[in-house]
Design a binder for this molecule. Structure first.
Ligand SMILES: O=C(O)CCC(=O)C(=O)O
Ligand SMILES: [Fe+2]
Length: 353
């Protein structure tokens, strides 16, 4: 493990290091081919009606049905919504983001000791590179860490800044409680039992991806994160500023407005499969800006890696036959929808046609 980390450190330039050197331009490797750039003509800047759901209704028997209906509509239309009154104190959310900022502001060697190219490393610091035919770079540094069960992993998280473990840990625990509540309403909105797959989800994984997008002198030419869907059940995102865009069924991009204190909820591929395609995982990307750094914490909740995900039998009938089958890629994505939007194409290898 030591050797692997040393190798990745020596060939590693983070975007945070880079911005100290480049003033007006970005290195060629970050300049995307024209069709992958965040083209404003594909963006619906007028959209103001992305769903915002008030979770306080959850605890009022008379309002719970209304809440379930709102969740169903949002999941059907987009696979995305924001939540307010979700029970996580704003201070806990902010403290976690502040710890993230302090971590990324540290000198390089404090961070590169966590660098690794092994995606299974429980704590992994890196910068975004897409190893396709051509290497493509994205304007993002990140640290990912496992968070479930937190008692097994937290000692591996960064010790600097000194409050990182405590602040990020409190947020991780709070977000796990919220995940449980959200899964209940999402399953109910599908007509399933609120505790559907309860044990599998409890024993599943929670991975926190802490993202740092430095300000970028050429935000029209680059992206912080390319279009993708999250592979898990559900992602809960906490952010410092606006920068996320989601794609609707008409392939229009919608900037997600920043709402102080709100959290973003995105459905992942595993949930799309379980729902037998009634709900779709939401394609999303991170765009950049010239003014300021942006930080986000994505908490990705998924079933255990070995767990085979299939459509809920309750959601399969003559009208809606099985819409997904097992793939044959030999990886943990075998049982979920695999999508590639990188070339504006929508490839869904697991859907039965
Ligand atoms: O930072 C964002 O807005 C998006 C992050 C994201 O999509 C991810 O970490 O999977
Ligand atoms: Fe994502």
């Amino acid at each position: 493990m030591e050797i692997k980390r040393e190798i990745s450190q020596s060939s590693f330039t983070s975007v945070m290091e880079l911005i100290q050197k480049c003033q007006q331009n970005i290195p060629e490797r970050y300049v995307l081919p024209p069709f992958q750039r965040p083209n404003p003509s594909h963006v619906d800047h007028l959209s103001t009606d992305l769903p915002v759901i008030d979770l306080s209704k959850m605890n009022h028997p008379a309002l719970r049905l209304q809440l379930i209906n709102e969740v169903r509509a949002a999941c059907n239309q987009l696979g995305f919504f924001q939540v307010i009154n979700h029970g996580i104190p704003t201070a806990v959310m902010k403290d976690a983001l502040n710890s993230a900022e302090e971590f990324f502001n540290l000198p390089s060697d404090e961070k590169t000791c966590f660098a690794s190219t092994d995606v299974h490393e429980p704590v992994r610091y890196g910068t975004s590179v897409n190893h396709g035919m051509d290497k493509v770079f994205y304007w993002r540094d990140f640290i990912k860490h496992y968070a479930n069960p937190i008692s097994d992993w937290i000692h591996l998280w960064p010790s600097n800044p000194p409050t990182y473990k405590e602040k990020m840990g409190s947020y991780a625990k709070a977000v796990k409680v919220l995940r449980k509540q959200l899964m209940e309403v999402v399953f109910e909105s599908l007509g399933l039992n609120a505790n559907y797959l309860y044990d599998d989800i409890e024993e599943g994984s929670q991975v926190m991806t802490v993202n740092c997008y430095p300000s970028c002198p050429k935000p029209d030419l680059a992206l912080g994160m390319p279009p993708h869907t999250d592979f898990g059940m559900i992602t809960i995102l906490n952010q410092t500023h606006q920068g996320l865009e989601i794609m609707d069924h008409d392939k229009k991009w919608h900037p997600v407005p920043f709402i102080q204190g709100a959290l973003i909820v995105q459905l992942g591929d595993q949930l799309e499969v379980i729902s037998n395609g009634r709900y779709k995982s939401v394609p999303h990307r991170a765009v950049l800006n010239v003014q300021r750094k942006r930080f986000s914490i994505a908490s990705l909740h998924s079933m255990h890696i070995e767990k085979k995900v299939g459509p809920a039998p309750e959601l399969v009938d003559e009208q809606q036959p099985v819409a997904y089958r097992e793939g044959s890629f030999g990886g943990f994505l075998d049982y979920i929808s695999v999508k590639s939007l990188s070339e504006g194409k929508y490839i869904d290898t697991l859907r039965v046609t």
